[in-house]
Write a new protein. Structure first.
Length: 118
């Protein structure tokens, strides 16, 4: 059974920081590209950050320079370090795993709420 379990969300003031974690089980973690998405109320889900098995990274323009994605293959965990948070970063953040193998399995976590407000 595949599980992606996010944690680390919460309420933070503008300018603050949070680190999200996503622990994966039931997959060969090291062959998966890991993504963080977010969805704000009334908006479409958007891709925030990506890290491949080779640790190549990519970021949405709105978070570049403020967010950092990383992975620990030994712990089957991907992280999203978020700094200089803005109210517009408020959203539910979702972890996504996409296999780099021939069969492109695709899995989602349940999401974790991040609220940036004073």
């Amino acid at each position: 059974q595949v599980q992606l379990v996010e944690s680390g969300g919460g309420l933070v003031q503008p300018g603050g920081s949070l680190r999200l974690s996503c622990a994966a089980s039931g997959i060969i973690f090291m062959i998966y590209t890991m993504n963080w998405y977010r969805q704000a109320p009334g908006k479409q889900r958007e891709l925030v950050a990506t890290i491949t098995s080779a640790r190549n990274t990519n970021y949405a323009g709105s978070v570049k320079g403020r967010f950092t994605i990383s992975r620990d293959n030994g712990k089957n965990t991907v992280y999203l370090q978020m700094t200089s948070l803005l109210p517009e970063d408020t959203a539910v953040y979702y972890c996504n795993a996409v296999s780099e193998a021939t069969v492109r399995n695709n899995y989602w976590g349940q999401g974790t709420q991040v609220t940036v407000s004073s």
